[in-house]
Design a protein around this ligand. Structure first.
Ligand SMILES: Cc1cc2nc3c(=O)[nH]c(=O)nc-3n(C[C@H](O)[C@H](O)[C@H](O)COP(=O)(O)OP(=O)(O)OC[C@H]3O[C@@H](n4cnc5c(N)ncnc54)[C@H](O)[C@@H]3O)c2cc1C
Length: 472
């Protein structure tokens, strides 16, 4: 008899993971606390509930998230097959009828001969066997307590504090200067956007006038940790607060004046290739349009391309770079795996991708093959590499964006690519590389009977994405 795998949580990640395992002949016990108990964000009882928007965002494979859609389809994702079946018109976005979609996911899982659904809240990790925890950003308190005990309390966060990230090419280098505070570290670890007093005053006024996103009921009694406060909350505590906080200019000589500016916004490299820069300490709850407008007042960022917007949410997630190995298991307890938002991916699509990866990795292990991570030139690989290897001192969740990908090699003699050519070059390279990666462990990757998903067609499909992509 084959040992079952326990999957806890039938959200997007747990549903996808359970399906991938079951399709490969592995028995699954899938635990879901609904309908007895819901998280504060849930309003329905079916599996894979989309708790807010009904959109999986852009389906255009020249966007990082649309490319991840395409990769998930090629890898036989249940969630993306059913999303396609229950699609509603939404321009280039993949939006669904959320009720029909969630009901279809639940029916597929309940109808699978290898899946046993157990309707109960898991408060303690099953004492033996392989376990996948996919309980999401609002993991129930009892289980969160148990996880904190297993990982170390300081390794499990309950709120994120996400600072925006901008693309390197979009920063006006004539206005910023490279320097580390007090000359420590490498001189170009940080880029500094200097402000004079009138610029700072105008910036603070704009920040205070911007409308923050409304808080969810369960977020209303938030007491932010010092260092994780949204910039607008810091600004509201006094006109000079930002200047004494994240916009502190001390120790930063502007080479053009030889003096410290009045205030500084520091940008820290988000990856070793320095293709993306993080606005240090600039977590915010401003709406995205306000982020573009207000943060666009920062000298050097007038035309910034935002790879990721800032946010602050209630979000249970692990310090994954310090805890997890490639199959998303705890390094110190390798039978205990994690999938979905709890690993530090952000969003419906990314959580689905994480669940699919853990399903494939576990199926590969059962088939006696160690599946390498997809390369960081693919959307799936770039996302997983962020979770496992993010270099920032305090790990924060991320959605998928091109700043996470291995940079494109410049072709000798070819002029630097524009934004749209760069995106399509990323997509083309990812298509080829995913195909090569899929050959690594065919046993784990190909049991799904999916005619458009023939690895032999991967190489040939480089020039033409599958027909459904981009089809509104
Ligand atoms: C308020 C809110 C709004 C959001 N809006 C969006 C959005 O618009 N777009 C977007 O892309 N992302 C959004 N997100 C993020 C989104 O929730 C996640 O990206 C995605 O749902 C995470 O998938 P998951 O499978 O990891 O977790 P979930 O989808 O949350 O699934 C976890 C499942 O585990 C179950 N569970 C929890 N604890 C236990 C337990 N102890 N025992 C058994 N079962 C348990 C839950 O009932 C749930 O079904 C939002 C998140 C929140 C909190």
């Amino acid at each position: 008899m084959i040992d079952p795998i326990h999957v806890i949580g039938a959200g997007l990640a747990g549903s996808e993971c359970a399906w991938q395992l079951a399709e490969r002949g592995i028995p699954v016990r899938l635990y879901e606390m609904k309908p007895a108990r819901r998280t504060p964000a849930q309003t329905a009882d079916y599996f894979a509930e989309l708790v807010c928007s009904n959109s999986f965002r852009s389906d255009n494979p020249n966007n990082a998230v649309g490319l991840l859609h395409e990769e998930l389809r090629r890898l036989g994702s249940l969630i993306f097959r059913l999303a396609q079946e229950h699609r509603v018109p939404a321009g280039d976005a993949l939006a669904v009828d959320r009720d029909l979609f969630g009901q279809a996911v639940e029916a597929a899982l309940r109808g699978h001969p290898n899946i046993q659904v157990i309707g109960q809240e898991v408060a303690q990790i099953p004492p033996s066997g392989t376990v996948v925890v996919a309980t999401g950003p609002l993991t129930s308190d009892a289980l969160a307590g148990e996880l904190a005990a297993r990982t170390g309390r300081e390794r499990l966060a309950f709120y994120d504090a996400i600072a925006p990230i901008v693309a390197d090419e979009s920063i006006d280098r004539d206005k910023v200067f490279a320097a580390s505070r007090w000359g420590k570290g490498d001189g170009d670890d940080y880029l500094n956007c200097p402000m004079d007093k009138p610029q700072y005053t105008a910036f603070v006024e704009a920040l205070l006038a911007a409308e923050p996103l409304p808080l969810q009921d369960f977020e209303k009694d938030v007491h932010y940790f010092q260092g994780c406060q949204p910039i607008e909350v810091i600004a509201a505590s006094g006109p000079k607060s930002l200047r004494f906080g994240p916009m502190k200019p001390t120790g930063l000589d502007d080479p053009r004046t030889g003096r410290w500016p009045y205030a500084v916004v520091q940008l820290r490299a988000e990856n070793r290739h320095k293709t993306a820069w993080n606005l240090v300490g600039f977590q915010t709850k401003m709406r995205q349009a306000d982020q573009r407008r207000v943060l666009g007042m920062i000298p050097g960022l007038e035309n910034a391309e935002f790879l990721r917007y800032g946010s602050v949410h209630r979000n249970t997630f692990l310090d994954s770079p310090r805890l997890l190995q490639a199959d998303m298991a705890l390094r110190h307890e390798p039978r205990l795996h994690f999938a979905g938002q709890i690993t530090g991916v952000e969003g419906y699509v990314e959580s689905t991708a994480s669940g699919l990866w853990v399903g494939l990795a576990l199926a590969a292990a059962r088939a006696g093959c160690e599946l390498p991570l997809p390369p960081p030139t693919t959307a799936l690989g770039a996302l997983l590499h962020h979770v496992l290897n993010a270099e920032a001192p305090a790990f924060q969740p991320s959605n998928v964006h091109f700043g996470l990908f291995t940079p494109l090699e410049p072709e000798p003699g070819v002029r630097k690519l524009g934004k749209s050519d760069r995106k399509s070059a990323h997509s083309q390279r990812a298509r080829g590389d995913l195909g090569v990666w899929r050959a690594a462990c065919p046993l784990a990757i190909q049991p799904v009977d999916n005619p458009v998903d023939n690895p032999a067609s991967d190489v040939n499909s480089i020039a033409s994405p599958p027909a459904e992509i981009g089809d509104p």
